[in-house]
Write a protein that binds this ligand. Sequence first.
Ligand code: UDX
Ligand code: UDX
Length: 471
Amino acid sequence: MRVAVVGSGYVGLVAGACFADLGHTVLLVDNDQQKLAALKGGQVPIHEKFLPELLDRHRGQRLRFSEDLHAAVLESDVVFIAVGTPTTEQGEADLSYVESVATSIPSALNGYKVIVEKSTVPVYTSEWIRKIILRHAADPDSFDVASNPEFLREGSGVTDFLFPDRIVIGVDDERCVSVLRTLYAPLTDGSYYQRGDAIPRPDRAQIPPPLIVTSTKSAELIKHASNAFLAMKISFINAVASICEAVGADVQQVCQGIGSDRRIGHRFLNPGIGYGGSCFPKDLKAFRAVARECGYDFRLLDEVMHINEEQRQRFLRKVRSALWTLRGKRLAVLGLAFKGGTDDIRESPAIMLVETLLQEGCSISAYDPAAEVRAREVLPASVQFAENPYAAVRDADALLILTEWDEFAALDLERVHGAMKYPIVIDGRNLYDPESMAEQGFTYYSIGRSAATPEVRSSPSNVPPRAVENS
Ligand code: UDX
Ligand code: UDX
């Protein structure tokens, strides 16, 4: 099919490349000249596994880039809207970009087209898109508006698109269902997964993925509710971690205990310095605002956001209690992105913590495998950026682990110990075991577990969990 994707950001670019890999002809539209030039030149502006390979495979063939939205709609059967939906001061989703795209569509309706909102938008948005298009005297039979929310996690967007747990389609008219079923057929009929050049299959892949067809309003709500639930799960375990700290329990063992219940599950149960990124913070505020507009006071979401904010403050207090005074201290920081596997620093807790520690007079030596370029744009010049973790920790008074990059969980600890001024590690992502860190001579602080110091063995509750007998 002929597909136009408007907005070549974290979502649009991944969606466009994947639709091309499914065999469709894709026009990726963007109003950012620089971004388009970079994409046409073969650059990949975001850090996404397998995206470079897909772009190299299809660029100039099935996948082309254009700034001409009108022309792109004229030559497409399906038009995806994947432009930004940032948060306004009032915490609502700013839909002005969505509206500006919708107003450009009516004049290009040279035949039946399906207009699909891909960006995360509040419920009722599809109705507004329909109204806008009709306001421009479009023939009601010449288009339909559908919702097809994305569930892509940054860093694994391509895998999440091609191996989704589910595909959700929100439609209010049967006519466009067949168009969208055809669009996703290579996934739902399983043929994509038989191809020799399919990207590697993740474990636990749902093959073929179910296609959930519902109304546009339900599809819009599925997206907001999914993200709100995941954020709530993270805030829940962070709250439990705080109780574990208060009583000397071990939150990792509590996670093992509760996560073994398949109704709860182990995923998204990792305590840390709280969630960040361009989705959870924005989507929770938007969902909270939508609920209020619909007359429901969704106070639970306020507490989810409050716990998340408090988690960062708790971590700062942990740093202060570990170092007593902060002024003049040299801190090594591993991780600046909002999570491992991405270069994105939007709403990154690591960035916020670094800014606060700088204001308290610390000097910071930071390393992040992918986010340095973006971090340099927002952090003051006083921050030193190291080439690797070992350069970052040299002569440091303490090491702070702020992003869960895999490589930070496999450091040469002897080398780290030898390079630091004081072997103090404050781990905001629980990448290490307190007992073994103490054995290797570190004073080790983490989330939801007692501090471990070399001379004082930590309490027996920190004994690493025995292998669970297979029940
Ligand atoms: C976007 C939404 O912000 C998010 O809510 C949703 O979950 C997924 O889609 P993202 O792809 O990260 O997320 O947005 P962003 O990285 O800001 O990319 C949007 C792209 O649209 C940018 O490249 C921007 O240049 C482009 N754009 C924006 C247009 O082409 N036209 C516009 O009118 C506005
Ligand atoms: C999220 C949703 O997972 C995805 O489905 C949606 O489409 C977009 O928003 P993303 O924000 O890219 O994806 O990253 P995610 O992996 O969900 O992590 C979000 C934040 O939560 C990160 O800051 C991460 O560090 C944190 N997190 C995640 C935890 O603190 N604990 C966890 O167990 C999991």
